[in-house]
Design a binder for this molecule. Structure first.
Ligand SMILES: Cc1cc2nc3c(=O)[nH]c(=O)nc-3n(C[C@H](O)[C@H](O)[C@H](O)COP(=O)(O)OP(=O)(O)OC[C@H]3O[C@@H](n4cnc5c(N)ncnc54)[C@H](O)[C@@H]3O)c2cc1C
Length: 373
């Protein structure tokens, strides 16, 4: 399908099916299962997974367009798709063997099972290598113990990608990655976090108490976990970049509508130079952010290196989303500070793009390392 058609279709579906649910999501913070069923039928849960495995078989740029258009209406559901697709389904497809793909990927792609990526812990955020969750081998099993926090999609997930420390030697630490089903004995979930934004996405903690999993649950080789985490985050940052572009576009579109309606000093505020300046700056930065995101996605789909480019895309797009939300609230004046307009929600939703999958400071570290190597 052509990318213009994908954009038009996803936008129209988001406006007709998802937009009417956003007020309820804000009020109750409940995950909209009816939308998830719709999204599953549209293959949104297997965006880049090849068709032989039941996915949509989209290229990386097209997958960005889907995440962007969903985020333009609901950043919380854009987040759900970005995490499920980029950092859960993708690594299961890329690093899993056929048995793991049959068992775990097939239901993920159908949307029967939503995935998570569990790296962050109470004492390991930006420094993921400080993680304390352990995996101790016992014959053909591993015993997992530890706590993961800020697990996006956690409240509704069926499978969870858990990063652990599997061994250490002379001060060096080695990590392994496991796929653990939510119903597995020894895995418990905490209640949803009370977040500033992204209401409707049940972000929670997840704890492992003597959770015994088979070697068949290990994704990738023993001690390969950190390599997989870093590679996966390179892709994930493209998804968050696309989410941020969608949020920024949502802010611009809402501001265009409002500024054409609101009359002050006898004319529409859209005719005021200062307002036009804000709209122009928003639009220009959004285009630049979009191009950075698509460029990183294009490099990814070509099989080229894209770690620096995905960090640049995520950094610029998330700062663009925060700036667009701030300008959007300003254009809406006092009404922008009320829940009557979507811009208030965008303002709260945008901020976390600068935090998850590596803060802006961490993106600058990744970029600087690539420049200076
Ligand atoms: C809504 C939400 C959803 C999330 N979803 C997930 C998820 O699904 N899976 C997951 O694993 N994690 C998830 N996270 C966690 C997120 O990735 C972390 O919050 C993030 O990586 C930052 O870690 P931290 O919160 O521990 O902050 P810290 O690492 O403690 O950082 C605090 C501040 O110090 C700065 N800082 C730290 N080290 C340096 C340095 N060396 N140089 C300069 N500045 C530095 C940071 O940039 C930041 O500004 C989520 C978080 C939120 C809020």
């Amino acid at each position: 399908m052509k990318q213009v058609v994908i954009r038009r279709t996803v936008r129209s579906d988001a406006e007709s099916i998802l937009a009417p649910l956003t007020a309820e999501m804000e009020r109750t913070a409940k995950f909209p299962r009816e939308w998830a069923s719709f999204a599953a039928a549209k293959h949104y849960f297997g965006l880049e997974i090849p068709r032989v495995w039941g996915g949509a078989g989209l290229d990386a740029v097209s997958a960005c367009i889907v995440i962007e258009e969903v985020s333009r209406v609901s950043p919380a559901m854009g987040l759900c798709l970005s995490v499920h697709n980029s950092v859960a389904a993708q690594p299961v497809y890329l690093y899993g063997n056929d048995a793991q793909r049959e068992k775990f990927l097939a239901p993920m792609v159908k949307g029967d099972t939503i995935g998570t990526f569990c790296l962050t812990e109470p004492n390991a955020g930006s420094d993921a290598s400080a993680l304390e969750t352990t995996a101790v081998r016992e014959g053909d099993n591993y015993i997992l113990n530890g706590t993961k926090i800020f697990v996006t999609n956690g409240g509704v997930s069926g499978v969870n990608l858990i990063f652990t420390m599997s061994s250490s030697d002379a001060g060096r630490r080695y990590y392994s990655l496991f796929i653990v089903e939510s119903r597995h004995p020894g895995l418990d979930k905490g209640p949803p976090e009370e977040l500033m934004g992204m209401r409707g996405n049940p972000v929670c903690s997840l704890s492992l108490h003597d959770c015994r999993v088979s070697c068949e649950n290990r994704l990738g080789g023993e001690d390969e976990g950190m390599r997989i985490a870093i590679a996966t985050l390179h892709g994930g940052r493209i998804g968050i970049g696309a989410q941020a572009v969608g949020i920024a576009q949502g802010c611009l579109d809402a501001s265009l509508v409002y500024s054409r309606e609101r009359v002050q000093f006898g004319k529409k505020i859209s005719e005021q130079g200062a307002v036009q300046g804000k709209l122009s700056d928003m639009a220009t930065r959004i285009e630049a952010a979009r191009l950075l995101v698509y460029r990183a996605a294009f490099l990814k789909q070509k099989g080229a290196e894209y770690g620096k480019e995905s960090a640049m895309a995520k950094l610029f797009a998330s700062e663009t989303a925060v700036d667009a939300a701030r300008a959007g609230v300003q254009i809406h004046g006092g009404y922008g500070y009320t829940k009557a307009y979507a811009i208030e929600r965008f303002y709260r939703d945008a901020k976390v793009c600068e935090i998850y999958e590596g803060t802006s400071e961490v993106q600058r570290m990744v970029i600087a390392r690539a420049l200076l190597k």
